[in-house]
Design a protein. Structure first.
Length: 346
């Protein structure tokens, strides 16, 4: 990390989720002064409280849809990681207004409360589904990014830096496909696959946290940070999970669900044209032009973008053996394998 978190006070919205719990533990290890976990699920907060047993973690019951509850939770806070969201593509297709209220209006509430309370920085978590979106979840996340960038455009002298991070599928996060495959295999069923040729980016929870930390340490107002990632087909991912659990790689094809894309995109060709390369990360800076477009047409600023987007169809592709090796690095996978064979945990 290129910044010091020692003694700082941090708020994590959606803090009981997969990312939130990983981030809380990371901050505690780094000497944070206080972490406020903000979510609407008091049962998960109670479970988390008992598991962590750390007095530096404070729990706030509330909903990002309610501005006043966000404003109260963010008083005296130095930094905010905004992870609260509706993330399931099919459910957002059936209830798009709920995605609007949480992912767009809720994010605007977080940004506004941060500005009101003088929070130093806000990092909001986005998704590859926000690029060329075809589903309600991706559309709401795309507008969430626009909310963050509009704050930077309209408040150039603000003491609050608002930036975004964008990443693909986080392996073994709640609601993701890998734990579903394992649950089905343990029940003696074949993994259900929508389309074996469908591709997705792969990222671990720890890598998603590192991306957020990178943004925290390097962001300028309105930046979008992207972590480069490899991809695989859903069919190969299911086959790799079957291999790990020593079952035949027989798949149950169920067809594409509501709002799903064949490939996902981490960065559009237009974004790549102005992105800065940080090795493992890309920074897409804010387009800070005002509405006087004639100035830029007459003085320059036009250029040809790269020929293609950075998507899971043209990203480095992992085969089954490589996916198996990657899955073995996940603590959750190792724990599941150890239950089947204790020798594997040694």
């Amino acid at each position: 990390m290129s910044y010091s978190i020692t003694g700082r006070r941090v708020l994590i919205t959606g803090g009981t989720g997969s990312f939130g719990q990983t981030m809380v533990r990371r901050l505690l290890d780094r000497g944070v002064g206080e972490v406020r976990v903000f979510s609407r699920d008091e049962a998960k907060q109670d479970t988390m409280r008992r598991l962590l047993g750390d007095e530096r973690v404070r729990y706030h019951v509330g909903d990002v849809r309610d501005y006043d509850s966000v404003r109260r939770a963010s008083r005296g806070i130095d930094h905010i990681f905004h992870a609260a969201a509706l993330k399931q593509v099919p459910s957002c297709e059936f209830f798009p207004l709920e995605a609007v209220r949480t992912n767009i209006v809720g994010s605007a509430n977080v940004v506004e409360a941060a500005e009101r309370n003088g929070v130093g920085s806000v990092v909001v978590l986005s998704t590859d589904k926000a690029v060329h979106p075809v589903n309600a979840m991706g559309m709401s996340k795309a507008l969430m990014e626009k909310v963050a960038q509009a704050h930077a455009r309209n408040n150039p002298h603000s003491a609050t830096t608002v930036s975004c991070v964008r990443y693909g599928n986080v392996m073994y996060s709640r609601g993701s496909v890998i734990p579903l495959f394992i649950e089905q295999i343990k029940a003696g069923r074949a993994p259900t696959v929508t389309d074996p040729a469908m591709t997705r980016f792969l990222m671990s929870l720890s890598e998603s946290v590192e991306l957020v930390e990178h943004a925290f340490g390097h962001a300028r107002p309105g930046d979008i940070f992207i972590r480069k990632a490899a991809a695989c087909t859903i069919g190969d991912l299911a086959e790799a999970v079957c291999h790990l659990f020593d079952v035949p790689a027989k798949l149950d094809l169920i067809g594409v669900r509501h709002g799903e894309k064949q490939d996902e995109t981490l960065a559009s060709r237009e974004e790549l044209a102005r992105a800065e390369d940080f090795g493992d990360f890309l920074r897409v800076p804010l387009d800070a032009r005002d509405l006087n477009y004639a100035l830029y047409v007459s003085e320059g600023g036009l250029g040809d973008p790269p020929p293609v987007d950075f998507n899971s169809g043209n990203a480095p592709r992992l085969g089954v053996p490589e996916i198996v090796d990657l899955l073995k690095t996940l603590p959750e996978i190792r724990a599941e394998l150890a239950l089947r064979d204790p020798v594997l945990s040694c």
